[in-house]
Each structure stands twice: as C-alpha cells, then as structure tokens.
Design a protein around this ligand. Structure first.
Ligand SMILES: [Zn+2]
Ligand SMILES: [Zn+2]
Length: 85
C-alpha cells in the first residue's frame, strides 16, 4: 500500500510507513477491523475511530424518551388502536 504522506510503497499489512512512520491503516479498537487512514468510522462496527471521541449523535433510549409523557403516549396508542379497529 502507498503511504499517504510520502508516497512510499509499503508492504501490505503494515500499519505504519517504513519511511516516515505515517499511519497506513487504522485498526478499530472495538472489533479489530482494518480501516484506511482518514476514515472516521469503523467499517466493521461503525464505531468512531477518533480516539476518545464519542459517537457524534446519541439517540435517546426509548425509556428516557417516554419519561414524563407516559399518559399522553399511552392515550395516543389507545387512540391509534381504536382508529385501527
Ligand atoms: Zn511515508
Ligand atoms: Zn470496529
């Protein structure tokens, strides 16, 4: 593979350039998938490859979403059921 920094041809499987030590591949810490340098998310498990950076957008879990609006959501579902039947 070609070094993205100095254009040196490196043997396949190397993770760092033999001439300038630039990263040639980014191995996912979560699943071990080998990604290209510059990739921001793992091709194997979609984990962020930027060390220490959490997922850019965290969706609220269904539990926290329903908190506080339990009555209205249950009323909505019962309305839906009556509308369908
Ligand atoms: Zn290089
Ligand atoms: Zn991964």
């Amino acid at each position: 593979m070609l070094c993205p920094r100095c254009r040196t041809e490196n043997r396949e499987g190397r993770r760092f350039c033999s001439k300038c030590a630039a990263p040639l591949a980014v191995v996912c810490a979560s699943c071990g998938f080998t990604n290209d340098p510059g990739d921001e998310f793992c091709g194997g498990c979609a984990q962020s490859l930027r060390a220490g950076t959490p997922m850019p957008r965290k969706f609220p879990s269904p539990e926290s979403y329903g908190k506080g609006s339990k009555t209205s959501s249950s009323r909505l579902s019962s309305d839906l059921h009556s509308a369908l039947s």
